[in-house]
Design a protein around this ligand. Structure first.
Ligand code: 5GP
Ligand code: ZN
Length: 113
């Protein structure tokens, strides 16, 4: 996807502060953090959002959450953290390449706005 921001980050065309990289998944710090720890966990493969996932993506989905767990452990988020994925414009999605927001380091309100 030539015009996808996160595909450009995957390709290294746009710099990012990466905290994890493997053959399928990368994780990097959000440019506008909403919590002391705010990391985006994304597949290298372009998938627009969680609504586009299929049964064939089960292993990838487990891997995304596994990387989120590792990042949370590395950040010392022993009191908890939130994993969020926005789907579509009503939910506030602005980058249409699947990503998990990993937010932690402060108490979180519920429900989200
Ligand atoms: P969404 O609104 O789609 O759920 O989340 C997109 C996230 O990407 C936002 O939290 C936004 O701050 C972040 N973001 C947008 N552009 C960049 C960028 O160039 N680099 C990084 N690291 N994060 C970005
Ligand atoms: Zn993409």
């Amino acid at each position: 996807m030539m015009d996808c921001l996160f595909c450009k980050i995957v390709a290294g065309e746009i710099p990012s502060d990466q905290v994890h990289a493997d053959d399928e998944v990368i994780a990097f710090r959000d440019i506008a953090p909403r919590a002391p720890t705010h990391v985006l966990v994304i597949p290298r493969r372009h998938i627009p959002d969680a609504h586009a996932l299929t049964d064939a993506d089960g292993d990838l989905l487990a891997k995304l959450f596994g990387v989120a767990r590792k990042v949370a452990d590395d950040a010392g988020l022993s009191e908890g953290y939130r994993v969020v994925t926005n789907v579509g414009s009503d939910a506030g999605q602005t980058v249409f390449h699947l990503h998990l927001h990993l937010l932690g380091g402060r108490p979180m309100a519920w429900p989200p706005g």
